[in-house]
Design a protein around this ligand. Structure first.
Ligand SMILES: [Zn+2]
Length: 58
């Protein structure tokens, strides 16, 4: 079931949905801008931390 294709799928989506702060898979990620103006994803758990770091919400 989860052969090479499953791994690739997980790799693509895992990286895409990684939280910028805790680096774990982000559920319901929020989009923020980091210091360099890059769009980053922040999971709901780390939103308060992102706000403290003065990341700008998109
Ligand atoms: Zn997080």
């Amino acid at each position: 079931m989860f052969g090479k294709g499953g791994f690739l799928f997980q790799w693509i989506f895992g990286n895409r949905n990684k939280c910028f702060i805790c680096n774990k898979k982000a559920y319901q990620p929020q989009m923020y801008l980091d210091d360099q103006g890059n769009r980053v994803r922040v999971c709901y758990k780390c939103v308060p931390y992102a706000e403290r770091r003065a990341l700008r919400k998109l």
